[in-house]
Design a protein around this ligand. Structure first.
Ligand code: PNS
Length: 157
């Protein structure tokens, strides 16, 4: 049984994430959507809120489970019984950071495998930070996020 983590801060989860999650869920038997505490990033949504929104948004995918984690990704992956991570890549700008993280995780846990899925063209420009910025400027982000996230953003601002 192949299991993979799809990690991120998901502050909040977007349609771009859901594109990657859906495609990852077709490649493996189980996807664990690993929602990082990412305290240093001072997320807009609490960890509990981000997990709840991700759970609601991922409900259509029967083999996706959403779990929160703190600490190193490699340690959480071990706890979950996998050494495979799947991440989305939008553009060249993502590459350097992701390449560094993949190499570091391989160093921390030999054999740790990071697989990249290229973002679909319609989501190349999309990020959680853009969604937060739109919402903070009272501009609906409805085209870019699932309905539960639109509502949560309205409640925040
Ligand atoms: O959605 P993001 O914020 O780009 O996701 C980044 C994330 C959460 C996947 C990454 O920061 C991560 O793996 N954090 C866990 C801590 C860790 O293992 N860091 C790498 C070594 S310093």
């Amino acid at each position: 049984m192949k299991k993979a983590l799809v990690p991120g801060t998901f502050d909040p989860i977007t349609n771009g994430h859901l594109d990657i999650i859906g495609r990852a869920s077709a490649l493996v038997d189980e996807v664990i959507l690993a929602v990082a505490a990412s305290k240093k990033k001072q997320p807009l949504f609490t960890l509990e809120e981000r997990v709840e929104l991700a759970q609601e948004a991922c409900a259509p995918f029967s083999n996706v489970n959403v779990l929160p984690f703190e600490g190193l990704l490699v340690d959480f992956a071990k706890e979950c019984g996998t050494s495979i991570v799947i991440k989305g890549l939008r553009a060249i700008t993502d590459f350097e950071y992701e390449f560094q993280m993949a190499a570091l995780n391989d160093h921390l846990s030999k054999g740790f495998e990071t697989i990249f899925i290229m973002s679909s063209p319609e989501y190349m420009f999309l990020s959680s930070s853009i969604v937060r910025e739109l919402a903070s400027l009272k501009t609906p982000a409805d085209d870019f996020v699932p309905a539960c996230v639109s509502q949560a953003l309205r409640n925040k601002y």
